[in-house]
Design a binder for this molecule. Structure first.
Ligand code: UT7
Length: 324
């Protein structure tokens, strides 16, 4: 018998209530709506309140992914996050308990903006190995709590949110199947994106260097999964890349030969939501009717670590709730 395929059955997203526009930020620091839109493509983002914790947002996204799939349990639960509620324990067991899933295997995956791709790939390996028959993969981050409010280079980019995918074992020809994945890291770049362990430390990013590494790492990993899936760039219906900067998304499309019009853009509404960015962009694509079951989709991310990777999959058959 062939190994089971990992098939996405549902997607969900959750966003904090508070919308922070470029105009809000222009009143607080030396920036402008024009600069932020032109250099990043972002128009607004969401900032979490005290009660909109990473676990709270993750729980709502997971509930919506379960509802989208018509499911009520999972054999494995991962929360990709670099902004856990507490340094320890992990956020995932709390989210599992919130969902009524006491006893389930639950742990966090820390790969910053690549976290969802890391967690989705490893969940698909767990399903394909026959170890579990279903998994909830959640990406959730609340980085705005760690930003220096006077640092215009980071404050204009990041927003908070959560997104989730629910997978079960199935057959490779089913829409929603994970067909290929590739994951990588290079710890020599650990200082490019970091929150140092010292009192009062803020999030720090060397934006220009991250920009160029993100383009080459994501382009390489997209090409790897295209080859593994047996697809050409022209076969791709949608490129859902980590939503950091619209210029990065367009450049990755151009380097890999995927038409720029196939790059899914969601950062205009939410900014860079780190591990939540890809599942939120997927959920948005699902609610806006951008995709059809069976469409060929490539996910790719780059983030702190440094870490990066990509996944080739077909678009699932499901309906999703709009998180906006
Ligand atoms: O999520 C993990 C992955 N993260 C990323 O992929 C982020 C990658 N990096 C980027 O997206 C971009 O590097 C940024 C959006 C962070 C910055 O854009 P940039 O085009 O690389 O700008 P820059 O840092 O080269 O700055 C250009 C100019 C500078 O002024 P001078 O020195 O030319 O006078 C900056 O001081 O723009 C200035 N600047 C700003 N001006 C208005 C930087 N930030 C701002 C701002 N508003 N918010």
């Amino acid at each position: 018998m062939s190994a089971p395929a990992a098939v996405i059955r549902g997607l969900g997203g959750a966003l904090p209530e508070r919308v922070v526009t470029n105009h809000h930020l222009s009143a607080l620091m030396d920036t402008s709506d024009e600069w932020i839109r032109r250099r990043t493509g972002i128009a607004e983002r969401r900032h979490s309140s005290e009660t909109e914790t990473t676990s709270a947002l993750a729980t709502v996204a997971a509930q919506r992914a379960l509802a989208s799939a018509g499911a009520d349990s999972a054999g494995l639960l991962m929360v990709a996050t670099s902004t856990p509620d507490k340094v320890c324990p992990a956020t995932a067991p709390k989210v599992a308990a919130n969902l009524g899933l006491r006893g389930v295997a639950a742990y966090d995956v820390s790969a910053v903006c690549s976290g969802f791709v890391y967690a989705l790939a490893t969940a698909s390996w767990a399903i394909s190995s026959g170890s579990v028959d279903s998994a909830l993969v959640i990406g959730a981050d609340t980085f705005t709590r760690l930003l220096d409010p006077t640092d215009r280079a980071t404050s204009v980019i990041f927003g908070d949110g959560a997104g989730a995918a629910y997978l079960t074992a199935g057959k490779a020809e089913e829409p929603g199947t994970i067909l290929a994945s590739t994951l990588h890291s290079d710890g020599t770049g650990e200082e490019l994106i970091q929150v140092p362990r010292r009192a009062g430390a803020f999030f720090e990013m060397q934006g220009k260097e991250v920009f160029s590494q993100a383009v080459s790492a994501m382009s390489d990993s997209v090409q790897t999964v295209l080859a593994r899936a047996g697809w050409t760039a022209n076969d791709v219906d949608s490129l859902i890349a980590h939503q950091a900067n619209v210029r990065i998304l367009k450049t990755v499309a151009s380097v890999t030969g995927i038409p720029g019009s196939k790059a899914e853009i969601h950062l205009d509404k939410v900014g860079n939501t780190s591990a939540a960015s890809i599942p939120l962009a997927m959920t948005n694509a699902g609610t806006k009717g951008h995709r059809n079951p069976g469409d060929k989709v490539v996910l790719t991310a780059f983030g702190g670590g440094t870490t990066w990777g990509a996944i080739a999959m077909t678009w699932p058959s499901m309906s999703v709730i709009d998180p906006h």
